[in-house]
Each structure stands twice: as C-alpha cells, then as structure tokens.
Design a protein around this ligand. Structure first.
Ligand SMILES: [Zn+2]
Length: 316
C-alpha cells in the first residue's frame, strides 16, 4: 500500500472561463489553453506515464473537439464541469440549472461515448438544488468540496446556514466526495487576473511547489493512505515556468515507491465500494480534534489501491 495517492486533475475551462467578459484578449487566454497549453501537458503526461482526470465543460468540448478528443484518445479520464461553466447558484431556476448539467452530460457523451459519472462544480459553489440534481442525474462522485483535505467523504444534500442558528449539515447521499482544496489550485495562486484587486493572485512558482511538496510529505507521514488532489488549469499550468516546475514535481513523485497516481474516478469507485460508505460515517476522532467527521476512516481508505480499483471498474 502506498502512503499517498496523487490525483492530477485539470479543469479544461478554455474560453468558457471568459464568456462573461467581452474583451477578446481574455478569450485568447482560453484559446491558448486549448490549443497550446493542453498539448504540452498531454505530452508531459505521456512522457512521465502519469494519469490525469480532465473536467471538461460542454462549452469546451463543443468549441475545441480536437483538443478534447486528444485528451480522451490518450487515455485520460474525462468528467463533467458544467456546460456553460456558469456558477451554479447563478441560475434563476432549478430547471435552468438542470438543463445546463444535462447539456454538459450530452456533450461529454458525444465526445467519449460514455455518460460522465463524476462532477466538479465550475467555481466551487453549489446551489440549493445542485446535490439533488446530481443524485437525480446519476452522478456517483464529486470533486469540489473541501471538508477534508485528504479523505473522501459523502456529499450531503441541503445543508442550512441560518445566521442566527447553528449550521445544519444535511443528510448524506451516496455520492462520494473526493475533496479538492483550493490551496492546491494553480489558478488561485498563480494566474494574474486584473478585474479587481481581490483577484490579483500572483505567487512565485518555487514557493507554490515547495508548499505542495511539504503538504504531500506531511500526508505520507501523518495520514498514510490519504488522497492528494491537485487542481490545475491548462491555461495556467501549460506556461513555461510552471510547466518546468510541474515536470520536476511529477518526476520526483514518479520515482517514489510510497506514492501512487490514480484518476479520481478510480479513487471514488474504490471508496464507494467500501461497506463503510453504505451507512453514514459519523465518528469522534482525536485526529480531527473530537469533531464529528464524515471522512472515510483510515482503515477503510487504506484498502484503496489501483489494483483494487481496476477490479471495481472505471467510471468514465
Ligand atoms: Zn473551471
């Protein structure tokens, strides 16, 4: 058993990230991501033999079918990231949100011949309807939440946040959440966006990768068996300084026998197959300071391995 499973994920937003902005210069960042950066990243993954999960908006699948087809043809997992890449809480009605998700399902089915079973919300936000829609539409896992940094848990429906009452977490669903924390997101730290001072986020690549390495080593030492999801965007990760650091980072991990790579769908399938997720997991744990946690206990998570996952079957 490895001490950590690393899932490299790409949110292939391309131009869908910029449709709310009319300036062509913004759109060209998205074109660059699809036509220049994505091929570079695919070449890197081929060379290092590292699998990846690509979350593809339907807008990207239909705007750049060749680039998306290349992702699929090279054997990477493709999953759902909305059709329009609109923030889900911004839809006026439940029906409108459902139409966007259904259109995204059709776009991926046209691209891959398979219905997507995994989901990542475009901007981290869920509306009050999103979890119910994901259940209704047959999704089996999600990778948007941040309630744990290393352990899959079960997505809950309809949490409530009254301002004058305690937080109510909602009832767990059968959907496995493979958490994806924002401080492992390249865009949040490295992409210079000039629409407002609160969005100017520009760090130095060495500092970012040093932090990511430290966190992964901490996981291997202190929470062995956990899952480490990296969230990258081609239009950010495919640029020269970052790409160089990414190659060093992935090469080092490839050489470690305590680290395994997997697609998110493999991790979710192995987690959902575990009996411990068939009931609500609520435990008191000194590891999380006595708070109740939905996280898959280490004994169950430790059963995860690429070999076991392949026997469960791919979700893509
Ligand atoms: Zn996105």
């Amino acid at each position: 058993m490895s001490d950590a499973t690393v899932c490299v994920t790409y949110d292939f937003d391309a131009v869908s990230a910029w449709t709310a902005n009319e300036m062509p210069g913004y759109h060209s960042w998205g074109v660059y991501g699809a036509e220049v950066a994505a091929p570079r990243l695919l070449e890197l993954h081929d060379r290092l033999d590292v699998p990846a999960t690509w979350f593809v908006p339907g807008h990207t699948a239909e705007s750049f079918p060749e680039a998306c087809g290349d992702v699929w043809d090279r054997g990477h997992e493709i999953q759902h990231h909305g059709w329009s890449h609109r923030s889900l809480p911004s839809f006026e009605t439940r029906a409108a949100e459902r139409r966007d998700i259904e259109r995204g399902i059709e776009a991926i089915r046209d691209l891959t011949g398979r219905r997507p079973r995994g989901f990542r919300t475009p901007d981290g936000g869920f509306s009050e309807h999103t979890v119910d829609l994901l259940v209704d539409l047959g999704f089996e896992w999600d990778s948007s939440g941040t309630a744990h940094d290393f352990r899959p848990y079960r997505l809950r429906r309809s949490p409530e946040t009254p301002v004058d009452d305690p937080y109510r977490r909602g009832e767990p669903t059968d959907i496995v959440e493979v958490p994806c924390v924002w401080h492992r997101d390249d865009w949040m730290q490295l992409f210079p966006v000039v629409s407002g001072p609160e969005w100017v986020a520009y760090s130095e690549e060495p500092a970012v990768f040093e932090r990511w390495s430290t966190e992964l080593n901490w996981l291997a030492d202190h929470d062995p068996g956990g899952v480490y999801v990296l969230l990258l965007h081609p239009q950010c990760a495919g640029r020269a300084p970052f790409l160089e650091h990414l190659e060093v980072f992935l090469s080092e991990l490839r050489g470690r026998d305590d680290i395994e790579f997997a697609e998110v769908g493999e991790v979710a399938a192995a987690s959902s197959a575990d009996a411990v997720l068939s009931v609500a997991v609520r435990r008191d744990s000194s590891a999380v300071g006595g708070y109740e946690s939905d996280a898959l206990p280490p004994s169950a998570a430790a059963s995860w391995s690429p070999t076991a996952a392949s026997s469960v079957g791919s979700l893509r």
